[in-house]
Design a protein around this ligand. Sequence first.
Ligand SMILES: [Zn+2]
Ligand SMILES: [Zn+2]
Length: 270
Amino acid sequence: MLIDLHTHTSPLSWDSFLEPDELVERSKQSGLDAIVLSEHDASWDAEEVKALSKRHNFLVLAGMEINTEEGHILVYGMHKYVFGMHRVSELAGHVDESGGIMFQAHPYRRQHPWNWESEKEWVNAFERSERNDALNYVHGLEVLNGRGKINENQFAQILRDRLALPGTAGTDSHAVEDIGKCATYFDADIRSEDELIDALRNGRYWPLDVTKGEVTKNEKYWEVPQDLSREFSDLALKRSLLSTDPEQQATERLTLAENSVKVIQSISNK
Ligand SMILES: [Zn+2]
Ligand SMILES: [Zn+2]
């Protein structure tokens, strides 16, 4: 099933132009199976979100997008903003306590280089992103953001490959034209927040550009891979190699850095 893991509504998110009912109805029409409302530093009331879901006969869940010193973090399974959450370690403590899970939103923001032509700047940008303290706490990265530019999403994808972390997709909808562009495909049938968290932690999922080209030119994200289990076991293997073998890590990073610069440059030149 297809779930949009990142959306904003008015008035809970000050910068959104979307009425909740409109977002839900249009998400449903666009072929999605569920959405998560991830308002900025705020959560929906459980009863209100249930009523919204019922009104449209469509699964709507409430998460949050927390603004931290290390960037925006998408949180699932926590429903209250507490002062201090702008520090990512403190946020992680609260999320752990509530049994939730965290993903780094649009990891390219404030990280990608200003000069797209400079190879050195690209390598520096990746290295800087990899030092982000949030990575010590998140389960994965948002590799497709519906409002990100093609090369910004490309940056996130390369970062995901370099770190061998699971990736998600979300539209980050703030306006009608954002709705339904991308979504996370889940192999499981998800009917509740607990099932969503469980699937994000253990399951098989894949970030999907529903438009096949507006969110990413990387065709890998236009279709769900034939063997998702294989994708996930390969990813886990790579992750463990990266964490246990510094030499492998160094070689891998260097190759990836060189490749990533080439890929990004070829895209930005188009
Ligand atoms: Zn954000
Ligand atoms: Zn957002």
